[in-house]
Design a protein around this ligand. Structure first.
Ligand code: SF4
Ligand code: FES
Length: 265
């Protein structure tokens, strides 16, 4: 089959980028889109040209490393699939595919299709953890977690931090990602001690990183390769507001010893 690629090429953030057309006669329906990029890159290297920079690792929808826009859709046209799980049989013979990086202020471009997604790591570092000593994995049947809660936690834990929800959102909001991480821990007993603090810190971290506000446009849910549901955003809002109403996260008044001289302003 014949597939033409229009790929965003940009050597560095400082230089302007543009779409460059690539055509190859080696495309086959059973080839993945990333394999087609590999073939194009082999040709570029053989010609002494710079290969297209793109991220990938597992190539089976697990690691969250891959991700770019295909014809304006984050990860391409397949629902519930990452870019590495898109095959050429999902396109028409003779089609031209427009491939460009995820675009968001908080995802600075590094090169071609590669962006820096470390803002997502910083959101997790702000509160995506538990501090209780969980010990070794318990025997499954001794667990007292209701099945529906365990399933909701597992569904939220499926998030692979790819950033497609952000690229698809008209506000570049990280609400689906942050909500997934908050829900994943907040549904389980081990996640309760920090539940309020976690929501406050992670929501604030997302704002500090420059992600936008959620207006429930719903594009994120459609683009998510792990089909994370919008309900995780409701959970995030609930935990955040409950923590605010409880007064969590407010600055504690400093204890000042009597007789301490006032600091000059
Ligand atoms: S919520 Fe879905 S789209 Fe967003 S980062 Fe997680 S897996 Fe990717
Ligand atoms: S390469 Fe790992 S999810 Fe695509």
């Amino acid at each position: 089959m014949r597939i033409a690629l229009e790929v965003w090429r940009q050597r560095s953030p400082e230089e302007p980028g543009r779409f460059v057309r690539y055509e190859t006669a080696e495309a086959s329906p059973d080839m993945s889109l990333l394999e087609l990029l590999d073939v194009v890159n082999e040709g570029l290297v053989q010609n002494g040209e710079e290969p297209i920079a793109f991220d990938s690792d597992c190539r089976e929808g697990i690691c969250g490393t891959c991700g770019f826009m295909v014809n304006g859709l984050a990860h391409g046209p397949l629902q519930g699939a990452a870019a590495c799980q898109v095959y050429l049989r999902n396109f028409r013979d003779g089609e031209t595919l427009w491939i460009e990086p995820f675009r968001a202020k908080a995802f600075p471009l590094i090169k071609d299709l590669v962006i820096n997604r470390s803002a997502l790591d910083r959101i997790i570092a702000a509160g995506g953890y538990v501090t209780v000593n969980t010990g070794n994995a318990p025997e499954a049947n001794t667990s007292t977690i209701p099945k529906d809660l365990a399933e909701q936690a597992m569904d939220a834990a499926a998030c692979i931090a790819c950033g497609a929800c952000i690229a698809a959102c008209p506000n570049t909001s990280a609400a689906l990602f942050t909500g997934a991480k908050i829900t994943h821990l907040g549904k389980l007993p081990e996640g309760q001690p920090e539940r309020g603090r976690r929501a406050l810190r992670m929501v604030r971290a997302a704002a500090v990183e420059g992600f936008g506000h959620c207006t429930f446009a719903g594009e994120c849910e459609t683009a998510c390769p792990k089909s994370i549901p919008l309900q995780v955003i409701t959970q995030m809002n609930h935990d955040y507001l409950a923590a605010r109403l409880r007064g969590e996260g407010r600055a504690q008044p400093r204890h000042i010893e009597p007789g301490t001289p006032k600091r000059r302003r």
